[in-house]
Design a protein around this ligand. Structure first.
Ligand code: MN
Ligand code: MN
Length: 470
């Protein structure tokens, strides 16, 4: 049967109007297969790397398996060399030296590998009401009420006075115990119900239940605390004072799972920003399998969720120092290299949620399955505290993505004056590098279990691959 002829105005609309494409409409079976197989690798990454230290360990192993070598000061690198700079085990930068002069610019992609969570305080263990608890201090922007009555796993590192490091991970194996923050039963919650959502659970109320058995033969005060410390001492050789030099954190114990009858989405902890970290890491390693034209650099940063400060956050000079060292040893001008560089700041954006439609402006929001989201600016109010990518750079990114057949969309973080947020984009842009935010849209961002679409994840991988090939 002959197709109905399109009217002149329909054709003109097709030519003139901008419309988001849904990656899953008219998709080929082969593409679905690629999307699903990529998602399996990503779920494994989510389950293996719940903290920044674990993400760096994953990246180092993966990079070394693909012939990347640890960065050496003073060494002259040349085209085809593949290196990684491990910044204190909490941030990592990978580089593949291109065939062109590095002064022509570097293709940089930057994501972060820290996620909101519940950190232990330095004197965490106490006993009350016949139970032992950890005192905690939350990390990043959490809605505290979401973190109670969840199975939590303990991850982290204790460093003894002699420098010996002890890694701890409890709650991930099927037969491991887990930990939990209690909540009030509804029967007695009359006063709690009267509080606002933000105040119903307090920061000092996020105490984690860790034991209830007294030490054998002990009845007195702190017998349960003694028993917990005795178990920790037997298992890890640590004493209470060792918590002072520890970074221990509680994260959701559940594994990443497919979501939906159609399995089109993934529910898991830490999509922000592993859903960008994994695509830039895998795209960089793939790109490094043959010498790229331009040098490419991948940044997996720490401390984004607390403002990117400290020596492992994006404000640290560690990154600049690595680039200066690279350029200097190659006889290149660092300032020229940087000024000619381009960056995709790879971080998540808010996915339009019809259950909370009032906080979005639907013409400029990111929608699920519509591909990786290019965000010209973040910040809040009158574009305060943001890198606002240039029209020139936006045009270049449109061209790169369209030429590579990437499904992508544009998006804004909520409607004007609703709130806002930031990424590492402005920190990188301040180095005199063209920068724009590109990342995956997330539902329930910063919740213990966030949601993303597999098609969007894969479109991010395709986008970063295309960018590294420019
Ligand atoms: Mn983020
Ligand atoms: Mn975040």
């Amino acid at each position: 049967m002959a197709k109905k002829e399109k009217s002149a105005s329909e054709l003109l609309k097709e030519q003139l109007f901008y419309e988001r494409k849904n990656a899953l409409c008219d998709i080929k079976a082969a593409e679905v297969k690629k999307i699903n197989s990529y998602a399996e690798g990503y779920k494994n990454f989510l389950n293996t790397a719940k903290t920044e230290r674990e993400a760096v360990n994953y990246a180092v192993k993966y990079a070394e398996e693909n012939d990347f070598r640890a960065f050496e000061y003073g060494k002259k690198y040349s085209a085809g060399d593949k290196i990684y700079f491990n910044n204190r085990g909490k941030a990592i930068y990978l580089a593949v030296i291109g065939s062109e002069n590095i002064e022509n610019g570097i293709n940089i992609a930057a994501a972060h590998i820290d996620s909101p969570r519940i950190d232990l305080k330095q004197c965490p263990v106490y006993e009350e009401g016949g139970m032992a608890f950890f005192k905690t201090h939350y990390y990043g922007g959490i809605k505290k009420y979401q973190w109670v009555t969840l199975p939590l796993a303990l991850h982290g590192t204790v460093v003894l006075k002699d420098g010996k490091k002890i890694d701890i991970c409890v709650g991930e194996k099927a037969d491991d115990p887990v930990f939990c923050i209690t909540d009030l039963l509804p029967h007695l919650a009359a006063d709690q119900y009267a509080k606002t959502l933000g105040k119903a659970i307090t920061g000092e109320g996020l105490n984690v239940l860790i034991g209830s058995t007294p030490f054998e033969g002990e009845k007195g005060k702190d017998s349960i605390k003694l028993n917990v410390l005795s178990i920790l001492n037997k298992t890890y050789g640590i004493i209470e004072e060792d918590f002072i030099s520890a970074e221990l954190t509680l994260v959701p114990a559940e594994k990443a799972r497919d979501l939906g009858f159609d399995r089109s989405m993934i529910c898991g902890y830490g999509h922000d920003d592993r859903v960008c970290a994994y695509p830039i890491l895998t795209a960089a390693v793939e790109a490094g399998k043959k010498t790229p034209k331009n040098t490419l650099v991948t940044i997996l940063a720490d401390k984004e969720e607390t403002g990117s400060n400290g020596n492992t956050g994006m404000h640290s000079e560690a990154f600049d120092n690595m680039l200066i060292e690279l350029c200097t040893n190659m006889g290149a001008n660092y300032r020229k290299a940087v000024s000619n560089s381009r960056c995709l700041s790879a971080d998540v954006n808010a996915c339009f949620d019809p259950n909370y439609a009032e906080v979005y402006e639907s013409k400029n929001s990111a929608f699920i399955n519509c591909g990786v989201c290019v965000t010209k600016f973040t910040g809040s109010r009158g574009k305060s505290s943001t890198n606002d990518a240039s029209a020139e750079y936006m045009a270049e990114i449109r061209s790169i993505f369209d030429n590579a057949g990437v499904t992508w969309q544009t998006g804004e973080l909520g409607k004007v004056d609703q709130g806002g947020g930031g990424t590492v984009a402005l920190i990188i842009a301040e180095k005199n590098i063209e920068t724009v935010d590109v990342g995956v849209a997330v539902l329930s961002m910063h919740a213990p279990y966030e949601i993303i679409s597999k098609a969007d994840l894969y479109s991010a991988y395709k986008a970063f691959t295309a960018f590294f090939a420019r």
